[in-house]
Design a protein around this ligand. Structure first.
Ligand SMILES: *Cc1c(COP(=O)(O)O)cnc(C)c1O
Length: 353
């Protein structure tokens, strides 16, 4: 606390990201980064952009990137908004579209940045509990509200709704904005981006951090009706004219131009996930069905916080949340086959001990 802070700052509870420690030979399975690097085409584009041109400001509208993403998804550039990571896109969404007289609904267990943005922007929120199977039930959202946001697949559970289930939710609230955060959609979910043509209240947010291996570059986007996009542009242009730098724009475009690399690395993550789930299940873990690049698992006889601490002592990082309902779970990002094998071996030793 400082007497120099604006009053709102005294009230904030900031988001705490997974740690990025500087430990040698660390097996880092705690922040859902992709174990494979970005496409070589992306690295070439970054090298080409690293030139004298950096003295110039980037395109404030990131038009090339919007055109590329719009073309990839079969929609129009004016249906795309881009930002410095989907976290920034989410932040602008909370300010531009989710602050109303009635509360914003979101799951009780979900991306923990949502309540943080509510605090920052003064958005009243109401938590909707996941059901006993840790699933989002769209019918539970049939209540008076100002807007709705869910992650699909949800985090940190990893469980996905079908596109038809998401459509039911969007249909049931024609006069409210429904935001679907699809950060993990490429690892096993069905995107609802095509539905934006039919539902002017639907905003879909994606990131290049996970399935396109660009967490270090910070690129995210939203897809929706041009009126929703214009609301986001108004906030963005009142905040930062140039959220994406020249290198990010060039790299983002290149990431969509290498579909083969994208498909191959996403499939490798999915295959490793299948093996990891089998390995954890053999050790007695209960693993929720994952459509993401992480699994959420608990062991009926071993405390999750202790397992996380003991793994850390073996230079393996996983994520543990000290939160009601999920404090007996570990969230484990899918690494390479070798990393996941090392994790299973380490857990086997801990459980046997
Ligand atoms: C990782 C993640 C994001 C943020 O991604 P960035 O684009 O890296 O900011 C947003 N939503 C969910 C659910 C995530 O897990």
């Amino acid at each position: 606390m400082s007497r120099f802070w604006s009053p709102i700052v005294q009230t904030l509870t900031p988001y705490v990201p997974g740690e990025q420690p500087k430990i040698a030979n660390l097996i880092k399975l705690n922040t859902n980064e992709n174990p494979y690097g970005p496409s070589p085409r992306v690295l070439e584009a970054i090298a080409a952009e690293s030139s004298d041109a950096l003295r110039l400001y980037p395109d404030p509208n990131s038009d090339r990137l919007k055109q590329t993403i719009a073309h990839y998804h079969g929609i129009e550039p004016n249906e795309i908004f881009v930002g410095n990571g989907s976290d920034e896109v989410l932040a602008h969404t909370f300010m531009a579209l989710l602050k109303h007289d009635k509360p914003l609904l979101h799951p009780d267990i979900s991306y923990s940045f949502y309540p943080v943005y509510c605090g920052l922007y003064g958005v009243e929120n109401k938590l909707v509990p996941l059901d006993s199977a840790m699933r989002i039930n769209p019918a539970d959202y049939n209540q008076d509200c100002g807007a709705i946001i869910i992650a699909n697949p949800n985090a940190p559970t990893g469980i996905a709704l079908t596109a038809a289930e998401v459509e039911t939710l969007v249909q049931a609230h024609p006069d409210k904005v429904v935001v679907i955060d699809e950060a993990y959609i490429d690892f096993g979910g069905e995107t609802v981006i095509p539905l934006i043509k039919r539902y002017p209240n639907l905003l879909v947010i994606q990131t290049l951090s996970k399935s396109r291996s660009l967490a270090g570059l910070r690129i995210g986007f939203a897809a929706g009706h041009p009126d929703l996009i214009e609301g986001l542009e108004r906030v963005k242009n009142s905040f930062n004219s140039y959220p994406l730098d020249r290198i990010a724009i060039a790299a983002g475009v290149a990431a969509y131009e290498d579909e083969t690399y994208f498909q191959r690395t996403v499939q490798a993550v999915i295959d490793t996930r299948t093996n990891l789930v089998a390995g954890l299940t053999l050790l007695g873990f209960e693993v929720l069905p994952s459509a993401t690049n992480f699994v959420f698992a608990r062991h009926p006889r071993h405390d999750a916080a202790k397992l996380a601490t003991d793994l850390r002592a073996k230079a393996i990082l996983v994520r543990h949340f000290k939160q009601a309902r999920i404090d007996q779970y570990l969230r484990i990002s899918i690494g390479t086959d070798e990393q996941c094998e090392a994790l299973v071996n380490a857990l086997q030793a801990l459980i046997a001990a």
